[in-house]
Structure formats: structure tokens, C-alpha cells
Design a protein around this ligand. Sequence first.
Ligand code: COA
Length: 379
Amino acid sequence: MPAALHFDKGLANTIAAETSLSFIDGEKGVLEYVGIDIDSLARQSTFEETTFLLWRRRLPTSGELSAFERELHAHAPLPHGMLDLVRLFPRSAPPMHALRTLVSALALFDAEADDSSPAANERKSMRLIARTPGLIAAFDRHRKGKPILEADPSAGLARDFLRMLNGAEPTAAMAQALDVCLILHADHGLNASTFGARVTIATLSDMYSAMATAVGTLKGPLHGGANEGVMQMLEEIGSIDAVDGYMREKLANKDKVMGFGHRVYKAYDPRATYLKTFAEKIARDTGNERLFEMSKRIESIMHEAVAAKGIYPNVDFYSATTYASLGLDLDLFTCIFAMSRMAGWTGHCIEQLDGNRLIRPHAEYTGPHGVAYTTIDRR
Ligand code: COA
């Protein structure tokens, strides 16, 4: 290995990019988007405004926000060819496979797919963010044998997603709950899917290819799939009375409890603070107190058992209760994560292209050398 190189498995100790989108201090439990702490954004911003912030590195004036929302929402209706495609999908397909395929297919219906000028890249980013809710809802309606509903460009993305999915207007509280989750998941430093997107765009491929990479990377259970795991655990436990016994066994077996711990945060995940109060409100509003009470009891048992090791609830823990209270199917949770992270992924790709350099690390070869080629008849 040349002297300048060092081996860093998982790149955990390597800085592989510069970014001005989000900042994380895992020891102190801080997450900021462009310097603004995540809690203030979750309480006061919207997903659309947060997207503007991540892309332009500042908050918009009210005129700028209205213009941005108008332009973004105008991109929401799906090309008809996309709907024909959704209808060809097997109804049993896992939604993340469907979403990855559909994000990639959007390129087939975009004349600007290979135009990599900054203006075209921004328009494509808008299309990707505005259309992802419709793609997820369209596939879910298709698999349930229900008619696919078109996007309404006059509505906010969170509210319109719930309408397209359920076929009924959500309450303002439900739309806000989803909007808060979208803000909280929009960006998170150089996480695996963002890194994947940056690697793809750094080859001067296109935004759709980069987003297909990102969705595929997010799909893994070590990345985007943990909130599904939380919900599976809550379903498995079933009732508040069963929590203590379940947790006793988990802790005795030294099993990992889903929704706790984080590679970066060794303090309370700053995204979980507000989400916890919000999850409680939405759970009560929708008659899902049982889920919230179970979650609270799990948190208190975990606090006594592992807080000293820096293990606290992460964003997935209370987003699971929130999504379940919104009536979202378990297998859509990671798709909703993708819908939100699309804001960060696209922002990172545009940032990568500004002063781009191909991302191409090395691998340490561990195989043999000088092996003679054996012809097939002699093997
Ligand atoms: N439940 C119980 N104990 C946990 C735990 C959890 N979820 N996460 C970590 N710990 C314990 C470990 O057993 C270990 O204890 P030990 O020192 O006695 O052996 C200690 O805390 C350190 O854990 P470690 O696995 O080294 O931390 P990590 O940084 O490698 O792992 C995660 C981080 C996220 C992979 C891990 O916490 C985890 O698997 N969590 C559950 C899945 C999850 O919610 N993922 C979503 C992340 S957003």
C-alpha cells in the first residue's frame, strides 16, 4: 500500500466531502441545517421552506417562499407514462423496489434528463422532490386495487401525499405531523445514501441516476429501515403489560433494541426531542395512545439500562409511532424517509458538482498474485 494511503474500514474516520448543508455534533446532540438547529426548524418551518434553506443556504422571504412553493408544486403531477408503468408493477412488489425503479424511470419522461446545467439540475431536483410523494401514493393505491389519484399543485407536499394515499383530505394535525417528520429527515451529513448520491453525480452522470443510487442505498436495514424495525417490535410486544417482560429478555440477551443508539449521536438524538411530544399528540388525536404509552415505557427502561453508555432513542423511535398513528403501512416508512431525504440528496449533488472531483478511493487487495492461468479442460 503506498505510504500516503491508510486503511479506514467503513470510512468512519475519513472526511470525504465538504458540505455547508448540515452539521452534526454527536457528543452534544446537535444537528443544524445551515446553522439553524433542527428543533427550531421542526417547530417553526415547513418541508418546503427547509428545502429552500438546504438548497440556497438561507431562509426565504415570504415572497420567495411563495414563488418557490408555486414552482415546486407545479412539478408534482406525474407524466401519464409513469402511471402506465406503475400499473405494470406486480402488486406484491416491496414499495422500496417500486420507488427505486420509478425514480429511475422519471428520467425517461424528462427531456432535460441529461442536461447538467445548474438551471436544469435545479428543475430536475424540483421534479424529483415534488413527484416522489405521487410515486409512492400511486404504487400503494395500485397494489391495493384502488384508483390512482393525481397530485394537486395547490397543496403542500405532506398534505397532498396523505390525500393521494388515503383518498381523503387529512386533518391539519396529520399533515403537520408528516411535515415535521419530513423536516427532521431532510438531511444528515454524509450518511450512506447521500455519499452514494455524491459518488454517482461526481462521475458526471445525471440527477436521476444519483437519486436511484440514493434510494437503493437507503433501503438497507442498517440505514433507512430502522423505523420499520421499531414498529415490528411494538407489534410483537402488543400491549403495555407485556413491555417489561419483553425488555427484560432483550436486555438479558444483550439484544439491540430497535430505535436506540446511533453511530454518531452519543447524546439524545436532537431529532427525537420534538418528535416525542409530537408523537404523543398525534397518537392521542388518532386513538393510538397504546403505541405511545408502550414507547414511553420502553424508553424509561432503556434509560435505566443503557443511558450511561450513551444509548438514547434515535429519530426512528418516535417516527415509527407517528407514522403508525397516521395510518401508514409499515412497508411505506422507508419510502417516506426517501421522500424527505430527496431534499438533502439533491442539495448535496448540486454542491458536489460545484468544484467536482471524481470520488474514487482505493481497496486493499488481499488476494493471491502470480497465479498461472489454467485452461478450462484442466480445472
Ligand atoms: N439496544 C441495546 N443496547 C445497545 C443498542 C441498542 N439499540 N445500541 C447499542 N447498544 C449497546 C451495545 O450493546 C454496546 O454495549 P457494550 O459496550 O456493553 O457491548 C454499546 O451500546 C455500544 O454499542 P455499539 O454497537 O458499539 O454502537 P454502534 O455505534 O456501533 O452502533 C447502531 C450504532 C445504531 C448500529 C446501534 O446502536 C443499533 O444497532 N441500534 C439499533 C438499530 C437502530 O435503531 N438503528 C437506527 C439508527 S438511526
